[in-house]
Design a protein around this ligand. Structure first.
Ligand code: ATP
Length: 360
């Protein structure tokens, strides 16, 4: 991470007897794009609103660019914000909407007009200043909301589920544009989302939240490959969860099968301990890569196939592991090559280096 730009130090938030945020510590680097990711009710919006000064923390400090902003009202803070609902003023033109923050700062018309033109160009809607929000599509309205959030060149851009009201194609398009623009401008950005794919695709780092606490902070790759908890493994991406019992020396029994994990954190458990082994559907070896002496070699029968475009997920009943079918990913080409279809016998090996083990 580069130099810290925004620091959250011990943030607590209670609503009456309910604790919405419990001791949040987080440091965000200058120019970073951070996503708060978690299920509904985990506290991510509350945390964003506290950063914006729209909600007051029960305890804790917020430092932005070295300045303690903990008790500053929203107007005294340096950020632009964009919400899920378009939140444009319907009775103002696009140009007036974008100019709103600039006019509030008493900038002259001569300063405002060229800046509005520049912002509309930046978000890909040049020449739309005379229109009214109702004349624009949802995606276009969100672009205008983004232009408005960026108008004053804030040090911090806050995005509260900005894409969730849009249809899938527009959403993907706009998230890539937001990401590209964020890089170009270098503006430190915090985005709230409950969509793991969105977070994985745009964030420099993801803050995974659950029940008011941070479960993990990491790059998309870290969060996906090295989940810090069963919650993160389940919430981010598809994952297989196998019940097992530790036998010591990184060996685990799952049904009648014995699996050995690679050396590494999380695999050292007292013998007899009940554990859950997590493995992504793509973390398997197939074809010539399967060694006969691999302790994670498996045989099974394909019970069901789910097509996902270029890939499929095959649900496989594994010999020796009754009641614990595995979902394995195959590309369509691999399906042809290895004759993967419902009812087919398949041979594969689980990747020991990718197994993650957690106590039950
Ligand atoms: P969502 O994606 O559904 O918005 P979230 O993770 O953003 O979820 P928050 O909106 O931050 O969650 O809410 C966290 C918890 O705090 C929820 O249980 C919510 O009901 C509660 N909460 C939020 N605002 C208030 C409030 N003003 N009064 C009482 N409880 C609140």
């Amino acid at each position: 991470m580069t130099e810290a730009y925004l620091e959250l130090q011990g943030i607590h938030k209670r609503f009456g007897a309910f604790t919405a945020l419990d001791d949040i510590h987080l440091s965000i680097g200058r120019g970073e794009f951070v996503c708060f990711l978690g299920p509904s009710g985990c506290g991510k919006t509350t945390l964003l609103r506290i950063i914006a000064g729209l909600e007051t923390q029960t305890a804790g400090r917020i430092v932005q660019a070295g300045r303690d902003i903990s008790v500053l009202p929203p107007g005294g803070r340096d950020y632009g914000i964009m919400f899920q609902s378009y939140a444009l003023f319907p009775n103002l033109t696009v140009a007036q909407n974008v100019a709103y923050g600039l006019v509030n700062r008493r900038q002259s018309r001569a300063q405002v007009a060229p800046r509005v033109d520049e912002l509309l160009k930046l978000v890909g809607l040049p020449g739309s200043g005379g229109k009214y929000p109702a004349q624009l599509s949802g995606g276009q309205q969100q672009r205008i909301a983004l232009a408005r959030a960026l108008a004053t060149s804030p040090g911090l851009l806050l995005l509260d589920e900005p894409l969730s009201a849009l249809d899938a194609i527009v959403r993907v398009h706009l998230r890539n544009e937001i990401r590209a623009l964020q890089r170009e401008l270098g503006v430190t950005t915090v985005m709230v989302t409950h969509d793991q794919e969105e977070a994985l695709s745009v964030a420099d780092r993801i803050v995974v939240m659950n029940h008011g606490v941070i479960e993990q902070v990491g790059t998309p790759m870290q969060v996906y490959r090295e989940p810090a908890s069963p919650f993160v493994a389940d919430f981010v991406g598809k994952v297989n969860r196998l019940k097992g019992v530790a036998e010591g020396e990184r060996w685990f029994r799952c049904g009648d099968k014995r699996l050995q994990c690679a050396p590494g954190a999380g695999a050292d458990f007292r013998a007899g301990r009940e554990v859950a082994l997590y493995l992504r559907p793509e973390d398997r070896v197939i074809g010539a890569g399967v060694r006969d002496d691999d302790p994670l070699r498996c045989e099974g029968t394909v019970r069901h196939i789910e097509f996902l475009g270029g890939n499929c997920l095959a649900e496989v009943d594994v010999q020796g592991m009754p009641g614990q079918p595995l979902q394995l990913q195959y590309s369509l080409n691999q399906m042809d090559e290895f004759g993967v279809h419902e009812g087919a016998s398949v041979r594969f090996a689980l990747r020991a280096d990718r197994l993650r083990v957690f106590p039950m």
